[in-house]
Design a protein around this ligand. Sequence first.
Ligand code: NCD
Length: 304
Amino acid sequence: MRSLIDIQELSTAEIDELLKIAQDIINNPAKYSEMCKGKKLATLFFEPSTRTRLSFEAAMYELGGNVLSVSSAESSSAAKGESVADTAKTISNYADIIAMRHPKEGAPLVASMNATIPVINAGDGGHNHPTQTLADLCTIYCEKGRLDNMTVGLCGDLKFGRTVHSLIAAMARYENVKFVLISPVELKVPSYVKKDILKQKNIEYVQTTELEEVMPELDVLYMTRVQKERFFNEEDYLRLKDSYILTPEKLKNAKPDLSILHPLPRVNEIAVAIDDDPRACYFKQVYYGKIMRMSLILKALEVL
Ligand code: NCD
């Protein structure tokens, strides 16, 4: 099996298959409870994480497999100066699959080139986060019953938000999906994402700084946290961190069937008062994330 470093490596048919398996896991969890018996997942997380690491680990346990875990760079040989390549070669002797998060863009790719087992990118710097995108796609699909014909608003830190880059790459492949990119001028979507995906595929998009103005058009609103850890100076972060705070008031003109997503962790971008709004999907998204990681592990290990 192959590694998964970038969501673009999956064909639309493969994404559809992962979604189909996810539906079956939801409906028949018992059928899957021993499918990875005797297999081991190594989670190598060199950056903070709650959801993604535990989601991978819960996914493996729910498939009957086992988990080996490195939860910080400080507690691993990376602190002694070991290269990603050497770590990948080493872990290949212990586990059947690796999920890796790393602050350096491209580190999981390097790991995949040196490991003899599949490597899943669990987030590399401000670059990509394909398994969060699988969670996002499953959420949108389960909420809307489709992945095409919709207007998707992405709001917040579109520059450093890796989940945003991967989600645009994935949604851009479906028919008649339009993007509304809402961010401060300093945190716009990187030009490579616009050039290589949106412009290259001739996809309709607008860029704006005003969330409320575009609210009535949106079918999906994907809120994101300003990525503090990627800023070079604190002053800029403090100035930009509260650029968008979604409140019930701001949803007044939103569609009744809007789906509000957020990859989490939330800092201040969505008022807690919205959590009980039926349009809030961000905690369901956490559930779908685990299910899609189960689906991916099954395919990566060629169990299915
Ligand atoms: C995201 C990430 O790590 O990029 N979190 C996650 O994996 N669910 C989003 C974020 O940290 O803001």
